[in-house]
Write a protein that binds this ligand. Structure first.
Ligand SMILES: *[C@@H]1O[C@H](CO)[C@@H](O)[C@H](O)[C@H]1NC(C)=O
Ligand SMILES: *[C@@H]1O[C@H](CO)[C@@H](O)[C@H](O)[C@H]1NC(C)=O
Ligand SMILES: *[C@@H]1O[C@H](CO)[C@@H](O)[C@H](O)[C@H]1NC(C)=O
Ligand SMILES: *[C@@H]1O[C@H](CO)[C@@H](O)[C@H](O)[C@H]1NC(C)=O
Length: 386
């Protein structure tokens, strides 16, 4: 009985899926850019990924938020038509803060009531196509492990890129990776540079729900080299802070303001922010913060309009909460200054003492991680004290 009804069920599902596929393909052929397609494709993806392993986990986020409407009156601000397209786009969708969740890992931090010990949560922004970066990070500094008696966990944050086939292909890649590694949060929004703040806010919202117990976080990009051994040492050395007090440390940037040159990647026109100054903040390549501070920032996000530059936005949230970022000497998001031109910039000796450096290629990360763990690594004193 059971068996045959199951069989019937799966057959019906299969038939429905095929029908859906056929409908989607036909519709796409006729009307390539109709927005309603978008919705159907998402639905299909979420039904697929609901099945394999975690029926409960994915019902939470998937498709609970409808489509966020474009704010047409944004086009009424003065000078709108002369703004670059990506900024116009930002203004149209600035108010949108909820997007369907495509991949979730609700059990990453264990049962919230049993306070699983997540000492350090690595929160890494990674767009879908950066498969090679994620793979190398999983094998090197972002490996989930027990380090010096405490647990390091890892999560990647992703949106979507491309449209149509390309988008579906990349979404499938992330699904496959997540099935194997259980380490990806993905939402259905365009994973563009100007949406990084949105990504950050969506993560904080997820953390509020699923991982409040994380003591500390390393929040950063997927092209950094982070010496997570040293980070654990550093965090354990904070005598009076177990993650329950304020900490926000990194490459401190002060006394700067919006770049007003329209050609710059960081261009922020007055239509986006009027004030000519930014609060102090830490460079977004990577910074350390306590779980406590992450939750304070999350609360602040509710009342601060999105600024597209994600690291500055963090600074705004801190300022509003009456807190500040601090400088950590071991964080070099602007790169590492190596004293002479005649030495190897990638000499592991320079990286043993640091905490984090920006802009590494995957193969460089792999070599460096093994380099700093080389038992016979010999360094002179001057090299160790950068
Ligand atoms: C834009 O402004 C014009 C005139 O100032 C007004 O008529 C129109 O309703 C506004 N459009 C929106 C969408 O607010
Ligand atoms: C839409 O844009 C206008 C003009 O910038 C703004 O005043 C209004 O608050 C925006 N609406 C929403 C829902 O964000
Ligand atoms: C995503 O945003 C980028 C940058 O604004 C843009 O070039 C691209 O066309 C967008 N992609 C989609 C699918 O909207
Ligand atoms: C952010 O993502 C949303 C949803 O995909 C998109 O509509 C919007 O254009 C994106 N914004 C930017 C600035 O890329």
């Amino acid at each position: 009985m059971r068996r045959s009804s199951r069989l019937l069920e799966s057959t019906a599902l299969l038939v429905i899926s095929i029908l859906c596929l056929v409908i989607i393909f036909i519709k796409e052929d006729i009307r390539p850019k109709k927005p309603s397609n978008h919705f159907q494709i998402n639905r299909r993806e979420s039904t697929y990924q609901n099945r394999p392993q975690k029926p409960t986990s994915e019902s939470a986020g998937v498709s609970t938020w409808g489509h966020c409407e474009r704010n047409e009156s944004a086009a009424n601000v003065s000078g709108f038509s002369s703004l670059p397209v990506h900024i116009q786009d930002f203004l149209f969708y600035r108010h949108c803060r909820h997007f369907p969740m495509l991949l979730d890992v609700p059990d990453k931090c264990g049962d919230p009531h049993k306070s699983a010990d997540v000492f350090l949560l690595l929160v890494i922004k990674s767009s879908p196509a950066n498969y090679d970066r994620r793979e190398v990070l999983r094998k090197t500094w972002a490996k989930e492990r027990l380090q010096n008696g405490v647990w390091i966990h890892r999560i990647f944050l992703s949106g979507t890129t491309g449209t149509g086939f390309e988008k579906r292909k990349l979404n499938k890649l992330l699904r496959l990776e997540n099935r194997e590694h259980n380490d990806i949060l993905q939402w259905d929004f365009n994973d563009s540079f100007f949406n990084l703040t949105l990504k950050q806010i969506l993560f904080l919202e997820w953390m509020d729900k699923n991982c409040r117990q994380a003591r500390f976080l390393l929040n950063g990009d997927d092209d950094i080299f982070a010496n997570t051994d040293n980070i654990v040492d550093y965090l354990q050395s904070l005598k009076d802070n177990d993650g329950d007090k304020h900490l926000f440390a990194g490459h401190l940037i002060r006394y700067v303001g919006p770049i007003r040159e329209s050609g710059s990647k960081y261009y922020v026109p007055v239509q986006v922010q009027e004030s000519d100054s930014y609060p102090p903040y830490c460079g977004g390549g990577g910074f350390l913060l306590s779980g406590n501070t992450a939750m304070v920032i999350y609360k602040m996000t509710h009342t601060i309009p999105i600024l597209p530059i994600d690291d500055v936005y963090m600074g705004m949230c801190l300022e509003k909460a009456g807190l500040g970022p601090e400088s950590h000497f071991g964080v070099r998001t602007a790169g590492l200054h190596v004293p002479s031109q005649n030495v190897d910039t990638f000499d592991p000796c320079y990286y043993r003492e640091i905490i984090l450096v920006h802009r590494f290629l995957p193969h460089q990360i792999y070599i460096m991680w093994h380099g700093i763990h080389e038992p016979n690594l010999k360094c002179s004193n001057s090299q160790g004290s950068l």
